[in-house]
Design a protein around this ligand. Structure first.
Ligand code: ADE
Length: 237
C-alpha cells in the first residue's frame, strides 16, 4: 500500500511514521509513505497557498491550485482515494478503517486554515473524514490517527504476536479485561478462572466480560450486534 500525505508541516510526521509498528511496516515493505509539502506546488513565487474569502469575512481559505497540482503529481497509478481531514467529514470508525485498508493508494490532505476552497471538496476529494466532534489546529494529527488504524490492519504489520481480529470494534464488542503476573498484587487477585487452565471456561468468561463491559460503557454497540442465544444468556447471568 502507498500512502501520500499532503501537508504544510511535513516534519510533524517524522517520528510517527518512523517509529513502532508504522515504522516497521515501511521497513518490511508493507507500506510506503510519501510526505509532500504542498507549498512546493504553489503557482506563486512566494509559495502562497491561501487567500482571503470571496464575499468577505475573516480567516483564510486554501487555494485550489496547489492542492490539485500536488494530488496530480502523486497520482502515478489508477485513481487513488483522496481523503480530506476535516471536522465536517464522516465520523471515523473501524468499519471505514477496514475498508480503506483494502486500497492500494491513499492520499491524505491536511490543512491548517479556516477552510478549503469548495472546488477542492467537490472535484478533488473522494472522502472527507472527521476523527471526532472537536476541532484540532490542523488535519495532521487526525491523518496520523487514521493512518495508524489502517497500517496496523495490513497483513504482517502486527507481527505474529498480536492479531487485529480480536480487536475491540472488529468483534463489535469492547475487549475483555486482561491480566498478567503476579497472580496477586497488593491484595488484588487475578480471577481464579484465568489460572484454571480450563480453556473453554476461559473463552466463555472472556465473552461474558466483553458483553458486560460493552453493555455498561457502550450500550449502543450491543444494539447493532447480532447476538446468538448463548450470548443473550451470558448477558443475563
Ligand atoms: N481537522 C481539524 N479538526 C479535525 C477533526 N476533528 N477531524 C479531522 N480533521 C480535523
Amino acid at each position: 500500500m502507498r500512502i501520500d500525505i499532503l501537508t504544510l508541516f511535513p516534519e510533524m510526521f517524522e517520528g510517527v511514521l518512523g517509529s513502532s509498528i508504522l515504522g516497521k511496516a515501511s521497513e518490511r515493505g508493507i507500506v510506503e509513505y510519501n510526505v509532500t509539502n504542498f507549498r512546493d506546488y504553489s503557482e506563486s513565487k512566494h509559495g502562497t497557498v491561501d487567500d482571503t474569502p470571496y464575499g468577505g469575512g475573516g480567516g483564510m481559505v486554501l487555494k485550489p491550485e496547489p492542492l490539485f497540482r500536488a494530488v496530480e503529481a502523486v497520482t502515478t497509478d489508477a485513481k487513488p482515494r483522496v481523503i480530506l481531514m476535516c471536522p465536517q467529514g464522516k465520523p471515523y470508525q473501524q468499519k471505514l478503517a477496514e475498508e480503506l485498508a483494502q486500497e492500494e493508494h491513499l492520499v491524505f490532505i491536511c490543512g491548517h486554515y479556516e477552510g478549503y476552497d469548495e472546488r477542492i471538496r467537490e472535484h478533488l476529494v473522494t472522502d472527507e473524514i472527521s476523527i471526532g466532534d472537536y476541532v484540532l489546529t490542523g488535519g495532521e494529527l487526525a491523518a496520523m490517527v487514521v493512518i495508524d488504524s489502517i497500517v496496523r490492519l495490513q497483513p504482517g504489520a502486527l507481527g505474529n504476536q498480536i492479531s487485529a481480529v480480536e480487536d475491540s470494534f472488529s468483534t463489535g464488542l469492547l475487549e475483555h479485561p486482561h491480566y498478567t503476573r503476579p497472580a496477586e498484587f497488593r491484595g488484588w487477585k487475578v480471577p481464579d478462572i484465568l489460572l484454571s487452565g480450563h480453556h473453554a471456561n476461559i473463552v466463555r468468561w472472556r465473552l461474558k466480560e466483553s458483553l458486560r463491559r460493552t453493555k455498561a460503557r457502550r450500550p449502543e454497540l450491543l444494539e447493532q450486534l447480532e447476538m446468538n442465544e448463548d450470548m443473550k444468556k451470558l448477558l443475563l447471568e
